[in-house]
Design a protein around this ligand. Structure first.
Ligand code: PA5
Length: 476
């Protein structure tokens, strides 16, 4: 049953922060306007610096929505690939995978991959980000290599997980189709100059796309990293970028109180620093947005979780992002959010209109336990549950806020993701940390290199083994 109400043309995202305010929460767990205003001078300075760095082309993620020329060639390439393939497999991890998966889940028809090819106008998409041997092995046994295209996505071109997957895929393709056919089934998205994958691209003459210089993984969703796979699977990438263009206007407003990205950053920073809200629960009320919450988790965790500030002092910054799903997790995690430790802020993501809806029939009229539901749509029920949960949290003095999109469309997703990217960067200024690096992930990588025998990392193997002794002491 189609939703017939009219949907706003502009993909504006509304940020409702009533329920983090002390006067609404009726609790000292809430914030006062005076406190929020304290962050204005810092945010104004941050804004000036951001705009200057953008002008100096130091923050290219800001301008990804405006890349119309690149978009044309990506769409042409996607049209060509689409005609030749049944399966499009992305091999990548972290920022090279999560945005693509989030948008595919949000914007492709439900169960797209399960539809027979006659009912599906576009190839299936698989995003294989993990090196769990069961996942890749099962997928490679399932897809026919003749009708499968592999997109190896790695900005650095050095990521162990992605490279190992590629080596397996390369070998499979070579064995089943012959070495000369490998390049007809492979496209690499990587840095334009550096990395092992770029070396291979040059050596083997693979088709390749560039991850724009200076755009890190978790800020790359609006770049060729995600645009190609999404365009291949029929998602309207033009509208996606248009939505981000609209967001870019709102998110470059100098006044924090009129800029949803700055305000989102400021509220969460204030709750974290002054109300000990160290956990941010991202809770969309839509199955289609489950993977969006996972994309957000990476953006928030990797950008803001930092031990040291830019001045070298210890800050232990960040909020732990947690993914929850409405209404499902009302029956799982909500009890904890209502009554457990006072360390969370819940961010609901709602929509004004669901893309399709179904009415609950007016039957069993004599049974009052069932009859009250008759005549409402499921959309009305889930929206009511979202409002009820927000109200309940508020009455319990638990801060929560709501991001509302008109409905799930490419444009509104472009808007929402752009907004949150700017929010992550703006938060970096408030915490005084670098949101673009991730020094904390290096040591485990180095241990892996050492243990797997990569030349130059022998000392890490030794260090690992030393630290791992005595091995059996605390294992039962
Ligand atoms: O956001 C990031 O920078 C990381 O999560 C990377 O995307 C991830 O580590 C994968 O890196 P790469 O694209 O270089 O393979």
């Amino acid at each position: 049953m189609a939703n017939t109400k009219s949907v706003p043309k502009e993909p504006k995202v509304e940020l409702d922060f009533n329920n983090v305010m002390a006067d609404i929460l009726k609790s000292d767990q809430g914030l006062t306007i005076k406190e929020i205003n304290k962050l204005k001078p810092e945010m104004t300075e941050a804004h000036k610096d951001l705009m200057q760095r953008r002008k100096n082309e130091e923050l290219p993620f800001y301008d990804l929505p405006f890349q119309t020329q690149e978009l044309k060639s990506i769409r042409r390439l996607a049209d060509d690939i689409r005609k030749r393939t049944e399966n499009f497999v992305v091999l990548g991890i972290g920022g090279s995978a999560l945005g693509t998966r989030a948008l595919f889940k949000a914007l492709s028809p439900h169960n797209h991959n399960l539809l027979e090819s006659s009912k599906r106008r576009f190839p299936r998409l698989f995003v294989v980000d993990n090196i769990d041997p069961e996942t890749l092995t099962t997928l490679l046994n399932f897809v026919d290599p003749r009708h499968t295209f592999f997109n190896i996505v790695t900005k650095s071109g050095t990521t162990t997980e992605t490279i190992s997957q590629f080596m397996i895929v390369h070998d499979r393709l070579r064995r089943s189709l012959g070495r000369s056919s490998v390049r007809d089934h492979v496209i690499v998205t990587t840095d334009s100059k550096q990395g092992f994958m770029r070396e291979l691209v040059n050596q083997e003459d693979y088709h390749a796309l560039e991850v724009p210089e200076g755009v890190g993984g978790r800020f790359s969703v609006l770049s060729p990293v995600s645009l190609l796979p999404l365009a291949v699977t029929g998602i309207n990438v033009v509208e996606l970028l248009k939505g981000a263009v609209v967001a870019s206007k709102a998110c470059t407003h100098a006044n924090m109180m009129r800029n949803p990205a700055y305000l989102f950053a400021a509220l969460n920073f204030a709750l974290r620093q002054w109300r000990k809200r160290s956990i941010l629960v991202m809770m969309p009320y839509a199955d289609a947005l489950m993977d969006f919450a996972e994309w957000f988790n990476q953006l928030w965790a990797e950008s803001l979780g930092k031990q040291y500030g830019i001045d070298g002092k210890e800050v232990l910054a960040g909020q732990t992002p947690v993914k929850a799903l409405g209404a499902t997790d009302q029956h799982s995690q909500l009890q904890l959010y209502m009554e457990g430790p006072e360390d969370k802020v819940v961010v609901f993501v709602g929509q004004k209109f669901y893309r399709v809806d179904t009415r609950i029939p007016s039957i069993f009229k004599e049974n009052e336990g069932l009859a009250y539901l008759g005549g409402y749509t499921l959309g009305e029920l889930i929206q009511t549950e979202q409002a009820a949960t927000a109200r309940a949290l508020t009455m319990a003095g638990r801060p929560n806020m709501t991001l509302t999109i008109p409905r799930i469309t490419p444009a509104s997703m472009g808007y929402l993701m752009y907004l949150l990217e700017v929010a992550a960067v703006a938060s970096g200024y408030l915490y005084k940390i670098d949101p673009f690096d991730q020094p904390g992930v290096e040591l485990s990588k180095k241990f892996t290199y050492g243990l797997m025998g990569r030349p130059g990392f022998e000392s890490f193997k030794e260090q690992f083994n030393r630290g791992n002794r005595p091995k059996k002491k605390y294992i039962i």
